[in-house]
Ligand binder design. Structure first.
Ligand SMILES: [Zn+2]
Length: 123
């Protein structure tokens, strides 16, 4: 009889979870995410749909589409992107800046700076 506990941490608020079974743990985390971070979960699902087929490799069009749906969706999408790819994608999307609506450009600037913070933290 093993007493090994599975542990997980909420990526949004840092709350810790422990359970004797991985399934129970995942169910508990998922329930917590939907209860406490509903908007973030919705944004993540939208981002997942936008990036479907190429997670971690979204196109310029996917990024622009995500920005149009709001900052939370855009952030959820760009958090799927790794650092080297992000540098290229960032400059590609930035070439569209002059053609963006002011509110889209503001959202893009916000998303860029948030991704910059993620990268400095090692994400
Ligand atoms: Zn949480």
């Amino acid at each position: 009889m093993t007493t090994r506990m599975f542990t997980a941490r909420c990526s949004q608020c840092g709350q810790r979870f422990r359970a004797y079974s991985k399934t129970v743990l995942l169910t508990r985390v998922r329930k917590h995410m939907w209860d406490k971070h509903h908007e973030w979960m919705v944004a993540r699902m939208k981002a997942g749909r936008l990036a479907s087929g190429s997670p971690g490799n979204p196109t310029v069009g996917m990024v622009l589409g995500a920005i149009a749906q709001g900052i939370p969706v855009a952030i959820a999408l760009i958090r799927l992107i790794k650092k080297p790819r992000w540098s290229r994608l960032e400059s590609a999307v930035s070439t569209f800046e002059p053609y963006m609506k002011p509110e889209t450009r503001a959202a893009w600037q916000a998303v860029k700076s948030i991704k910059g913070i993620d990268i400095r933290r090692g994400g």
